[in-house]
Design a protein around this ligand. Structure first.
Ligand code: IPM
Ligand code: MG
Length: 356
């Protein structure tokens, strides 16, 4: 029996609705497998601006660093959109990633079989399947480079060092070793020096992984290939900004953005786990948001941070069983849906599958 301390950032919009469902699921897993989870709420994002006057209070950083892992809902919303750039909710998230040293963002995007009708791509393309992991560099590049504004001129800097590229490339190759052994590295090496360095270091790192097939793809072509033939991708390795953009595209082509989880990891076991989707302020407070992406993020936490593989699988298979029974939240309903349920009910159904 083990005890785990989890820092919880419910965040904004639908965050306070979906995160409690993931907490309930973790408690159910604890009950079934004999673990205890302790949760400590901390503020980040818009709610932190409102309550503490800053998107990332120091106390939040301290609590997250002391915890075994962090569970996050989503942050941001129209209420804070007119704030100056360096005071927005997003600054909290970027700051927390940096403070925790979370340089590797793992975003699996797959077509859930019970939801295959939701794929917006042509049927023959969808039939070939979608099952990829995007490995995005998370603490470097243009999001963290020097920036400024001088009257009519503004600039942001894309900058990468060999060591920054090498450590994220390693994560991609390790991820590929545990999957389809294929890495496609994204860059814009026909234009950018930072991309030429990226390419060089990726190929040098690849030499330690002779079993992995590695190739390069220009980011504009990658955007096209993702809709033309997503089945060609196993692991996508990308810098911060290209990974941000392509991971939204990859999530969208699965038709199930409300289903996709993510992990942000560094050199320690303490990671940050969050759904790929945003805070969806338009549907907040209505008990209609899909909690599954957050629940599956909790499953990723069990696997990646705590090494609890069976427990993680128990959550994934409970989710699958509920979907197979034809139950859906509103965002994933289609003509085959037997029953549309709300956020709380979806959480409860997943829990009863786990405890069955
Ligand atoms: C994401 C989000 C964030 C990012 C924003 C909210 C700063 O889009 O996690 O993909 O760009 O990293
Ligand atoms: Mg994004």
């Amino acid at each position: 029996m083990s005890n785990y301390n989890i820092a919880v950032i419910k965040g904004d919009g639908i965050g306070p609705e979906i995160v409690p469902q993931a907490i309930n699921v973790l408690n159910a897993v604890g009950e079934k497998f004999g673990h205890t989870f302790e949760f400590t709420d901390v503020l980040m994002g818009g709610c932190a601006i409102d309550e503490a006057g800053t998107p990332l209070p120091q106390e939040t950083i301290d609590t997250c660093l002391k915890s075994d892992s962090v569970l996050l809902g989503a942050i941001g919303g129209p209420k804070w959109e007119s704030l100056p750039g360096n005071e927005r909710p997003e600054v909290g998230l970027l700051g927390l990633r940096a403070a925790m040293g979370l340089y590797a963002n793992i975003r699996p995007a797959m077509l859930f079989q019970p939801l295959k009708n939701a794929c917006p791509l042509r049927e023959d393309i969808a039939a070939k399947g979608i099952d990829m992991v995007i490995v995005r560099e998370l603490t470097g590049g243009i999001y963290f480079g020097e920036r400024g504004r001088d009257g009519d001129v503004a600039y942001d800097t894309e900058k990468y060092s060999v060591s920054e590229v090498r450590r994220i490339a390693k994560v991609a190759f390790e991820t590929a070793m545990a999957r389809g052994k294929k890495v496609i590295s994204i860059d814009k090496a026909n234009v950018l020096d930072s991309s030429r360095l990226w390419r060089e270091v990726v190929h040098e790192t690849a030499q330690s992984y002779p079993e992995v097939e590695v190739s390069d793809m220009l980011v504009d072509n990658a955007a096209m290939q993702l809709v033309k033939d997503p089945s060609q991708f196993d692991v996508i390795l990308a810098n911060n900004i290209f990974g941000d953009i392509l991971s939204d595209e990859a999530a969208m082509i699965t038709g199930s953005i409300g289903m996709l989880a993510s992990a942000s990891l560094g050199d320690t076991k303490c990671g940050l786990y969050e759904p790929i989707h945003g805070s969806a302020p338009d549907i907040a407070g209505k008990n209609i948001a899909n909690p599954i992406a957050t629940i599956l993020s909790a499953a990723m936490m069990l696997k990646y941070s705590f090494g609890l593989t069976a427990e993680s699988l128990a959550i994934e298979s409970a989710v699958n069983k509920v979907l197979e029974s034809g139950v859906r939240t509103a965002d994933i309903k289609d003509e085959t849906t037997e029953k549309v349920v709300g956020t709380v009910e979806m959480g409860e159904m997943i829990i009863s599958e786990i405890l069955r």
